[in-house]
Design a protein around this ligand. Structure first.
Ligand code: NAI
Length: 299
């Protein structure tokens, strides 16, 4: 079987100065992609800036014979995102792959959270993903090719104490990706999402003893596939960590049906309403609305 390679492809990886992004950038470059290594170089909470992390990853790539250029802009503004994609265009003439990975944390119980805890987290994760994708999007549509890999988190998909800001941003990324996948389909632009778990500076205190078994390099193969021409899926979410990869999806159960539905019906039929033993995974909003009719008429 042929190995996955990226010759002729230009990749942008945001937040690639360390952690997961660094691993993704090294992998793509080692398989022939020309890579823009973006990183603002701040602390985990998003304060400060430094060119060193992105520069060091570029040095590593070049030392191994690959091609890379650094970019130090923030993903969180439209101008920053345009400059990041602009770096790819100036250096390599195109953009084929965008890995939206940059991220920060400002954990706080929601009852104590103020704007400065919430807004910057949404700015980097959700707006960062939207702005960087927007900056590359029309080019991808026009060239009839693109692979966008976004980064969500179990904290948004399933919830985690103290991460209302982060959870909102990360679930926003999933909704954004569902729609972008639909809009990109005709132009062979695929948009998928990973929900990773890996030992990085962001998680070193959170993962405890599990950290030992969770290397960033065990997440990157999933990005590698989703960023490749061979990728067959779009609009999907994949949990990955420690070498495991599996789909996470939003499903709909048949539930309970009564055209004269009452509040009492909901109370009395809660078990069947919540029964997940059978379900479907709608491909878009209209399909879900169609299911209301289908489930109803089947009873
Ligand atoms: P990390 O802190 O090691 O790396 C994040 C990188 O993003 C840093 O190098 C940072 O300088 C950069 N960055 C932050 N704000 C930026 C901005 N505005 N513009 C450009 N670059 C910026 O963290 P890690 O763990 O590698 O996280 C990568 C992504 O994976 C994040 O989106 C994170 O939320 C997500 N994630 C990570 C998990 C894990 O287990 N490590 C779990 C779930 C999600």
């Amino acid at each position: 079987m042929n190995g996955l390679r990226y010759e002729g492809k230009v990749a942008v990886v945001t937040g690639a100065g360390q952690g997961l992004g660094r691993s993704h950038a090294l992998f793509l470059a080692s398989r022939g992609a020309k890579v823009v290594v973006n990183d603002l170089g701040g602390t985990t909470d998003g304060s400060g800036a430094s060119q060193t992390p992105a520069q060091k990853v570029c040095d590593e790539i070049r030392a191994a014979g690959g091609q890379a250029v650094p970019n130090y802009d923030s993903v969180s503004t439209e101008a920053g995102a345009q400059a990041i994609i602009g770096t790819a265009i100036d250096a390599f003439g195109r953009v084929d792959i965008l890995v939206n990975n940059a991220g920060i944390l400002r954990d706080k119980a929601f009852k104590n959270a103020v704007e400065s805890d919430i807004r910057p987290v949404i700015d980097v994760h959700l707006w960062g993903t939207i702005w960087c994708t927007r900056a590359a999007w029309n080019r991808m549509l026009e060239q009839g090719y693109g692979r966008v890999v976004n980064t969500t988190s179990a904290a948004g998909l399933f919830g985690n104490f103290g991460q209302a800001n982060y959870g909102a941003a990360k679930m926003g990324i999933v909704g954004f990706s569902h729609v972008a996948a639909i809009e990109g389909a005709k132009a062979n632009v695929k948009v998928n999402v990973i929900a990773p778990a890996a030992r990085t500076r962001m998680t070193e205190e959170l993962l405890g003893p599990m950290a030992e078994k969770l290397n960033p390099e065990q997440v990157t193969p999933v990005v590698g596939y989703l960023a490749h021409e061979d990728c067959e899926v779009s609009g999907e979410v994949f949990s990955c960590g420690g070498g495991r990869v599996g789909r996470i999806f939003v499903g709909a159960v048949p539930g309970y049906f009564n055209p004269q539905l009452t509040a009492e019906d909901v109370r009395e039929h809660l078990a069947v309403i919540r029964d997940t033993s059978s379900f479907v995974v709608p491909r878009n909003a209209m399909e879900e609305i169609g299911l209301l009719m289908k489930f109803g008429s089947a009873r």
